[in-house]
Design a protein around this ligand. Structure first.
Ligand SMILES: [Ca+2]
Ligand SMILES: [Ca+2]
Length: 161
């Protein structure tokens, strides 16, 4: 039913956010157990629970057209890998939605998360990101991670399973 066009954006970006280095200043993470830090991440995980927390869409398409004629888009998020992905239910006629919906997936190379406008036939791609394995490891167990592009965003959470 879906046409998951692989819009490959920003692979490897957003390598930020979950380090609160509490000493040493090294690039290691994980179970160092330093007091006072909020270390997160995983050096070795390959199986993840990717949770789509929420998403927002820009008011219009990049060419200025409405997502739907005279109404806001019908938002849903898909996440996983090319071979193993799942999509949330659809939130109709809105520019923002909360999903709290997850998919468990093994990632050998990279995954993705994408926001779509559901239409009768070809859904409209809104925005999305590739999630490299290294990025997933870095952001695992770090709580909610916002990915933003213009007025659009997807907030996700990555956990090790
Ligand atoms: Ca549409
Ligand atoms: Ca629609």
């Amino acid at each position: 039913m879906l046409f998951i066009h692989r819009i490959l954006l920003f692979s490897g970006l957003f390598m930020v956010g979950c380090f609160s280095s509490s000493g040493g200043g090294s690039d290691s993470w994980g179970d160092t157990g330093d007091a006072g830090g909020s270390l997160c991440g995983s050096e070795t995980a390959t199986a993840f629970r990717i949770t789509a927390i929420s998403a927002t869409a820009p008011e219009r398409q990049s060419d200025g057209a409405d997502w739907d004629v005279g109404s806001y888009p019908d938002l849903f998020v898909c996440m996983g890998t090319d071979d193993d992905y799942a999509c949330t239910q659809t939130a109709s006629d809105t520019l923002s939605a909360t999903f709290n919906s997850y998919h468990d997936v093994t990632v050998l190379d990279e995954g993705f998360i994408q926001l779509w406008d559901e239409d009768l036939t070809d859904h409209d791609f809104i925005l999305g990101w590739n999630l490299a394995l290294s990025w997933l490891r870095l952001n695992a167990e770090c709580g909610q991670v916002p990915l933003m592009e213009g007025d659009g965003s997807i907030v996700l959470e990555v956990n090790v399973i």
